[in-house]
Design a protein around this ligand. Sequence first.
Ligand SMILES: *Cc1c(COP(=O)(O)O)cnc(C)c1O
Length: 213
Amino acid sequence: MSIADNLRAVRASCGQARLIAVSKTRSSDEIAAAIAAGQRIFGENRVQEAQAKFPELRARHGELELHLIGPLQTNKARDAVELFDVIQTLDRPRLADALKDAMDKTGKRPRLYIEVNIGREAQKAGCAPEDVAAFLADCRAKGLEISGLMCIPPHEADPRPYFEQLRDMAGALGLPHISMGMSADYDIAAACGATEVRVGTAIFGERNYNPSR
Ligand SMILES: *Cc1c(COP(=O)(O)O)cnc(C)c1O
């Protein structure tokens, strides 16, 4: 199966959700193949890796919508604000401060989502579910506009209850964007109300193992 074939298959089963092609670890040639097949929305985990690929891809292929879906350090906030259209991993007050500062200095205003640690897992990033409403209020008080929620449910659990919880939380808070679902479960996420699914392996094939990603 080619990248174009895989994209067709994934698009056929993600319903109304917008498809974010997760291109971490992929070469610019692989990303260009996806662009040639009509894909314009991409997700990357690391600021530096995205900086190495996307300015040139944008220069060559025109406008591409780029989402940051990996953890963001405060010292990379400015680089992230300059490069990404959407930052999905806002999860703590310090980062909110750094993003506000970077947005004021650069004049760029990427869309921001709060990452929710929906399974309350100790090793995972994200704001605890019970803290999301207060953190959202804190962000707004700082002058940041928040437009969505993102989550990564616990590995190997049935993701459905977690997807439903995130959807209900976004609904209760009046946030229009709901980013959830990966290669193993994007169809389920879409059925549960995801507005965006993040799919890498099912489009580009298996990633080479790298413990740091
Ligand atoms: C890597 C990654 C994905 C895509 O994972 P696949 O299983 O390859 O589809 C989605 N979301 C996040 C946050 C990721 O880090």
